[in-house]
Design a binder for this molecule. Structure first.
Ligand code: FES
Length: 81
């Protein structure tokens, strides 16, 4: 795997997005093959900050906010294609 996507499954993100990991893994594999590893995680600390909205993910160390599955695919496409 060349890239790592850390998916926050903490309370704020869960409340904002529900359980998105299984579906997300499916979408990522479909779009990017095995280039991106999806790693579920506890709170990644972003919900404590006020300037962005949950749910959050981290892609190769960079935080992405408002990270619905649809937005994640859109953002990854910008970075990987
Ligand atoms: S619960 Fe997702 S960043 Fe805190």
């Amino acid at each position: 795997m060349e890239h790592k996507l850390t998916v926050c499954c903490g309370t704020s993100c869960y409340l904002a997005a529900g359980n998105r990991t299984d579906k997300l893994e499916e979408l990522i594999t479909k779009e990017f093959g095995d280039k991106v590893e999806v790693v579920p995680s506890g709170c990644i600390g972003q919900c404590m900050k006020n300037e962005a909205s949950p749910p959050f993910v981290k892609f190769d160390g960079e935080i992405i906010s408002d990270a619905t599955n649809e937005n994640i695919i859109k953002e990854l496409k910008k970075r990987l294609t």
